[in-house]
Design a protein around this ligand. Sequence first.
Ligand code: FES
Ligand SMILES: [Fe+2]
Length: 374
Amino acid sequence: MPEPTTHFMREPLGVNSAPSVADERHARIVEVRTPPRSMRSTTGETRPPHPYANGWFAVCFSHEVKPGAVRIVPFAGQELVIYRTQSGLARAIDPYCPHLGAHLGHGGKVDGENLVCPFHGLSFGPDGGCVRACAGQTPPNATLTGRYMKEMNGAIMVWRHSEDRPPDWEIPEMDLSDRLNPRYGSHELEGYFDSMVENSMDLTHFGWVHGFTETALSHEVDGHKLIVTITARWKGQRFHSRLTNFGLGFTRGENALPDLGVQVVTLAFATPVAPMKWTFRWSDNPSVARFDRWPAPLRKLAYQVLNPLAHRWLISVVGGDFPIWDARTRLPHPKLMAGERSFTAFRRWSAQFYPPTSGDDADAGHVLRMSAGR
Ligand code: FES
Ligand SMILES: [Fe+2]
């Protein structure tokens, strides 16, 4: 894939704000007359929204944007336009043409390395600058508003920061060149996009929702990384998983059933697209030790058969989370059980990705500590 590039970034519109402490108190005082905010409405969303986070987020898979394609993607309360030049460079830009505001995702066309606006035909080069005007005109001094982006691990990742700051941490490229025939999945969900990473720290649910037994979990915080190690049994088989969360948008999972010689690398992406709406994407890349000894054509065939089955199995296991993520609320003061201190660690770690004023995580951290200590 082409070398990633960076662009000037602008603050997206429509950022949510967390409820203030004053709001919380007010809600308690008036709850006699109004339903509690945690009660689900049949006519609209009543769960408290959560701010969009800072960090790297996938806006689409790479294979969804072929050379010459122009796509509109929702991201953090607004639309972005993603396009790929004929030579294969992917670009992520704000949608509106700097000339007279045409939406470049509605009728914009790739012409070689340029993007051409549908309204008056201005052409913009890969660095965003206007390089050509229609006949008889001189190109204006105008530039598309680009986003910091990287294309890696099969996805187009866009950086977001609430104060317009450039990226101060990166996601590594995974070498999965030995993996054949990876499978991809995508689900549109409601609720809280950080459920994906929080889920990696939720030991109790691995047994109750996913059917693992003899579960144990440990974690390590390393700046923007949260590394979770899980050991368990799956239908009697030993199971190991090492989940490395890079911020709240990307999780690399190295999962193994060592006695069967099966290993699956999963790349999972959580992307906030609108208030209380998010997209969960993932790819799974199995490898089976015994296949390595087989001749290449047979190996290829084996993965062609195995991978769709492995994909279905993963969906059947992970899919147990989807309806719960979709419908759950976010409690500022959850009542934790013994052994659930990992939630405290998750909220403390994840607070670094939110604007300081969003506040409820710091408050919740205190309550979480007290609850877990009981
Ligand atoms: S609005 Fe894009 S060229 Fe005029
Ligand atoms: Fe889960």
